[in-house]
Design a protein around this ligand. Sequence first.
Ligand code: PFF
Length: 539
Amino acid sequence: MVYSIIIHTLSQLIGLLAEILYYYIVLRRYLQKNFLGGVKMSRERWSSRSIFILAAIGSAVGLGNTWRFPGQAYQNGGGAFLIPYFIALVTAGIPLLIMEIAIGKKFQAGAPTAFRKLGKKKGFEWLGWWPLATSFAIVAYYCIVMSWTFNYLWHSLTLAWTKSSSADFFYGDVLRLSDSPGNLGGLNMPLVIGLVLTWIFIWFSIRNGVKSMGKIVKWTVPLPIILLIILVIRALTLPGAIDGINYYLTPQWDRLKDINVWAAAYGQIFFSLSVLFGIMVAYASFLPKDSDVPTNSMIIAFADCLLSFVAGFAVFGTLGFLQQTSGTAIADMSITGPGLAFVTYPEAIAQLPGGLWIQVVFAFLFFLMLLTLGIDSAFSIVEGIVTGLVDKFGWDKKKTVAGMCFVGFAAGLIFATNAGLYWLDIVDNWVNNFNLILIGVFECVVVGWIYSAKKLRNEFNEDSNMKFGPWWDFMIKYVTPLSLLGLNILFLIDSFKANYEGYATKHLLIGGWGIVLATIVFGFVFTTLKGKDLEEEVN
Ligand code: PFF
């Protein structure tokens, strides 16, 4: 009797539990489908809006602001470069930055999953993988520049470059540069060690995802800005600085007729704002769904451009000083590529008044600034790729981070050979000046025309006090893609006219077109792989 009562009660209890479980599952599915867009409830989140802004600024502000921007300004007409740069910012940089942040926030996913959700079925997923593959190529060489910086941080303790000429020291002692891309030689051990340190630093910064990144950027964003301000003050108070500033701010108007100056300005804006790499999509995917996109984007863009502009004062002030001490006119210094940060600037530092200690301190601060500037840009790329993989395949984030760091390190070894600088130069040129621009054209067409620029604008305007008008649609649908397409055509014409920098065709086919093709193939292959996210959506 007692047993039958117990059994009866138990069976009723089990029935009740089963019913609760059933309704729980139904309710959860209903909520997910209707209110969370099929997103897992446990997505990581930035701890605050300001941490997101700080991290995005950390990604944008990097080596690009300190050596790429002043270098581009130097090569493209000094003050005249500022005009196309500003036009590129308004017509392409800001519209694209807003677009990527809006997409990441809306779809709450890294670039591949976000672009898939944006179209029907798997239609545009490749448009997420392609930039991620491209950014992988970039991070591989970006980290070797970080490795050079680690080496210079060490050498700055003895101002090692003063023993020979600073150019010989960089190309000979540090890079051990061979005579052609085909002549790799062996691995350059100090560079490999710098590379290992860089990747450990990256792994450490993102090993716990958004949480650990949030803590790191509180240091790696303000510190280099403080260092930069110190360097600007030092530069501006040097004898001859004013001549350098004049060179920087006086436009050479006739250079504006040169279409390559415009191409350089657009390329610089994309590289500097970290747009078209899928990174801002990933970063924005950790924002709550009601975040303010336009205001955040404007703050990020403004901070990035302001820092580039300010860095110009540190560099050109110092060049003015160098002009006075060396007697070589700034225009004749023939600075190219990394020469500005690793040859010209160290040379100027070694001549600072005040004696050896002052010179060592400023050299150390300069390379520390480069390191802290670069690290959050480098890890943002890895985070962008990891987010794409984790969102699609549901892999464990910690293991994916560790795996990516290892793969990135291995890929970067080619740049640690004696021919590393040549390969860096080729990959950098094709990836930034062709591949990214082409990605930009596709992104604008897909978002502007297929998804509808107006729809996306209405969506992001809803959560913001700063409302964007139809001019934004006009940019995304016409101005940005057409100007990008123009740049692509220009690049093609140029590359058929003459071999870039006189490199052999076979090397350009491997490091240039080969890499472009590889990123496209990678995009399609990863799209066809079966992911977990699609299963979840179907269920
Ligand atoms: N914006 C960084 C800089 O100016 O140094 C470089 C960069 C970071 C490029 C992240 C691309 C990227 F995805």
